[in-house]
Ligand binder design. Structure first.
Ligand code: DGJ
Length: 547
């Protein structure tokens, strides 16, 4: 048998796939200034995205009416689950029908895909593993409670589980490489989904018990030592409380309480995810990330899914899972701004795979903030196909982001851009304080009420904006419900005025098509730039200086 026929037999690939032309360079991350960008087919790409509900991608017929709607809402990327039980219904026999259908339908609608690997874990639980895994508790041991009762969560400690998950993910990646290595419809992969232990902080099964009695692995203490000054505050405190020890048992190094148990859990989940990621990347090296269900303030590990890449455990995951490109928060809480600021780090580009769905009043503003202020690679409201975008806000906001994408990508990481939205607290209080950004030679102050009619309306909660510098004195200002005043960046630099302000659109070829000139009432006779609440728009503005 020829080598290719053998490979095809092993992986279930079609002859058509094998006849495709040579591979392009796979999508990968590149550095631009302080930002990391997703590069697809030689060009940076901003993922203006949405995530499908959990079950939708399992049926091509169910999805059929949704694809066009998503493209019409100006999405360029869909995050779609690929379930282990559908991919490998019988051990060693792979069925790529779902994957091929998704790629076919995404291509037909000019959309890219991020696949979500629902492997060993989905929202803590192990419901998407194949039946042959579910039914073999000896080979695939479950995590156990203190009394030994096993739960429907595979233990992260079992090499057999890791090996089977690795084989399945490697087969998926090899298939994607084969059928999509040229076109690059699939641009990234999510490893598992919202990993975390419930309803206790750690696994008490025999393998876990032995590891808990053992020493903290040297890689972890070495990481803590090397990053002593930049650890997240919670980890700095926890480690320092026991004298910042560089060796010892988990209890000796982290204190033995529930916080130590959670660090233990995070370490073994991170190691599993890292080994899984390495196996996937060895087959096809796409950017890979792990998403996280955030913890509510005041809850204990185990009351929330314990040990995922939570804000207080980022160091553990960075130490344990260096092959993972991004730790990515799923954000359903109102304090979006605070959360994303914890995940944007020099060693962690921001990607928001899940967020409140499109009819939530703050979702569009959140997208503008993440992308404009923190150079996010992308943003994806959840259950995107099920929303009808009644207000049209997300579609209109995504239209603006789609038009601005080339300029956003050119500006990322280079101090040429800022993003804005009214900050909200966890208890949903909205703070409307104006926000300030210096971009180029101008200082911008962004407020969320109409300066001529300063009352806040419900629409103001939806506000969000982005300012992108495109020339020495020229800026694109996009968003909704923002009023932007401006001044020279440096004191003593004279006065700043509007040379010209135009509303307009970029056409599909990226050419600016000017609409109205706005130098009268719409700019309060030159005093500010304003995009009224309730509409999403771009203005192209040239400023000038006078004495
Ligand atoms: C977060 C999970 O990652 C999703 O798969 C889905 O279960 C949503 N929660 C539901 O809100």
């Amino acid at each position: 048998m020829s080598q290719s026929a053998f490979f095809r037999l092993m992986t279930g690939m079609s002859a058509l796939a094998l006849s495709l032309p040579a591979m392009a360079e796979p999508p990968h991350l590149v550095q631009q200034g302080t930002a990391r960008q997703l590069q697809v087919q030689g060009k940076p790409m901003l993922l203006i995205a949405g995530e499908l509900g959990n079950s939708s991608s399992s049926s091509a017929a169910y999805m059929a009416p949704h694809w066009k709607k998503l493209r019409d809402m100006h999405l360029n990327t869909v995050l779609a689950p690929v379930q282990w039980e559908l991919l490998e219904p019988v051990e060693g026999k792979f069925d790529f029908t779902q994957v091929d259908n998704l790629i076919r339908d995404a291509r037909a609608n000019n959309l890219k895909l991020v696949f979500l690997w629902f492997g060993a874990w989905k929202n803590s639980m192990s419901t998407y593993v194949p039946s042959w895994v579910k039914r073999d508790q000896a080979r695939f041991p479950r995590a156990a409670l203190v009394n030994g009762q096993e739960v429907e969560i595979l233990s992260a400690m079992a090499p057999t589980t890791l090996a089977s998950d690795q084989k399945a993910l490697a087969a998926l990646m090899a298939h994607i490489k084969q059928v999509d290595g040229k076109q690059n419809t699939v641009v990234m992969l999510q490893v598992e989904n919202e990993i975390g232990m419930l309803p206790v902080a750690r696994d008490y099964g025999p393998l876990a018990q032995a590891a808990w009695q053992g020493q903290v692995p040297r890689e972890l203490t070495a990481y803590l030592t090397a990053h002593r000054d930049s650890l997240v505050p919670e980890m700095k405190r926890l480690w320092a409380a026991q004298g910042a020890r560089t060796s010892g048992t988990w209890a000796e190094v982290f204190g033995g309480g529930i916080a130590a148990e959670e660090v233990f859990t995070a370490w073994y989940y991170a190691r599993f995810a890292d080994e899984l990621t390495k196996a996937g990347k060895a087959a096809y090296d796409l950017p890979m990330y792990v998403n996280v269900a955030l913890n509510r303030p005041g809850r204990l590990p185990g009351e929330y899914p314990s040990g995922g890449p939570l804000p207080h455990l980022i160091d553990v995951w960075k130490a344990g899972a260096p092959s993972i490109d991004m730790l990515s928060p799923d954000i359903y809480f109102p304090n979006f701004v605070d959360i994303v600021n914890r995940y944007k780090r020099a060693d962690n580009p921001l990607f928001v795979p899940e967020a409140n769905n499109a009819d939530h009043p703050q979702v569009a503003g959140n997208a503008f903030y993440a992308i404009g202020q923190l150079d996010a690679i992308g943003f994806g409201p959840f259950s995107i196909e099920s929303i009808d975008d009644k207000s049209g806000a997300l579609g209109a906001a995504y239209d603006v982001l789609e038009q601005l994408a080339p300029h956003i990508l050119a500006a990322q990481g280079l101090n040429k851009m800022a993003g804005f939205r009214p900050k909200a607290l966890y208890d949903e209080t909205l703070l409307y304080e104006p926000q300030v950004a210096v971009i180029g030679d101008y200082r911008f102050t962004v407020a969320y009420a109409d300066i001529q009619r300063p009352a806040l309306s419900s629409k103001t909660a939806e506000a969000g904006g982005i300012i992108v510098q495109i020339g020495p004195e020229e800026y694109l200002i996009g968003g909704s419900g923002v009023t932007v005043t401006f001044a020279p960046a440096k004191d003593g630099g004279g006065q700043a005025g509007i040379d010209s302000a135009w509303e307009g659109r970029f056409d599909s070829a990226g050419q600016w098509r000017a609409g109205r000139l706005l130098n009268g009432d719409q700019t309060h006779q030159g005093r500010h730039i304003q995009i009224p609440a309730g509409q999403w728009q771009i203005q192209r503005v040239k400023f000038y200086r006078y004495k």
